[in-house]
Design a protein around this ligand. Sequence first.
Ligand SMILES: Cc1cc2nc3c(=O)[nH]c(=O)nc-3n(C[C@H](O)[C@H](O)[C@H](O)COP(=O)(O)O)c2cc1C
Length: 324
Amino acid sequence: MKTRITELFGIRHPIVQGGMHHVGLAELAAAVSNAGGLGIITGLTQKTPELLAREIARCREMTDQPFGVNLTLMHTFGAPPYPEYIAAIVEGGIKIVETAGRSPEAYMPALKAAGVKVIHKCTSVRHALKAEKIGCDAVSVDGFECGGHPGEDDVPNFILLPRAAEELRVPFIASGGMADGRSLVAALALGAEGVNMGTRFIATQEAPVHPKVKQAIVNASELDTRLIMRGLRNTVRVFHNKDVEQIMDIERAKGGAIKIQDIAAHVTGVYPRVMEQGEVDSGAWSCGMVAGLIHDVPSCRELIERIMAQAEQIIRTRLPQTLG
Ligand SMILES: Cc1cc2nc3c(=O)[nH]c(=O)nc-3n(C[C@H](O)[C@H](O)[C@H](O)COP(=O)(O)O)c2cc1C
């Protein structure tokens, strides 16, 4: 399949693996890229720029295909040394960066000077337009369904994607709720030129996380996520568990007076415990509603080939039949 996204990134299939804290390590990024998609290492999971440089080198040993690095631009919990992370990315020969969170405007000159293509992930048309204006090469449009941060506008992809198509000139990919060939064809129909998947890629053989995390996603239905931190205007969609119930109790009790300190114990230091130790009921970890469409743990190659085969079958057979 050829779209502006496959052309832009030099990949065989228009499928991107979004950055995921403590999941997007070299093993997963390399497996996705080797299968013809675009794998992405999660920059800030590496505690220092030196460790990121090492992770990039490790990934390069596992694949000769293009892969990218995610740089999440945060405004909470203190700012990491972004210029140093960017230096590690550039010196590591990375040519694709997925930014997310705040606008990457301040870092665009450094990235562009190094010939890096920037895909900014955002949850609204206005932020997508801003990304286009500041020189991003593409946008990843993340609908309300998504695992992680859906923003505060709550616009699902059936509206958000065609709205993005109405306004954007740069190519964009559909993110949030994407799982299979049906998702890909729907995304294309709505104007996107590919898909970005998070949760679906956690339940793969190569995802370097505890088997209990993969099984929890397979067992979960589309009803098993919750939104937390809305009162802090930093909403996150997470896997529903006992800890998340406690967070929601605190949020209800505190109302508009909630502070991050009130729930800090439930949301900090969670990822290593969940992803490495498999403690899926401890703390809040991101998970998308798409869990309801995830029923197995294939290899990344099986998954991507299955998506492409199903998409092709729909485009070549099912859709033409509807025309009679
Ligand atoms: C466990 C997990 C961790 C994530 N961590 C990050 C992150 O660190 N930075 C980021 O930009 N997006 C992060 N995301 C969001 C994904 O990159 C992607 O945008 C999202 O999962 C898409 O929705 P889906 O889960 O429905 O596919 C995370 C998602 C999950 C499920």
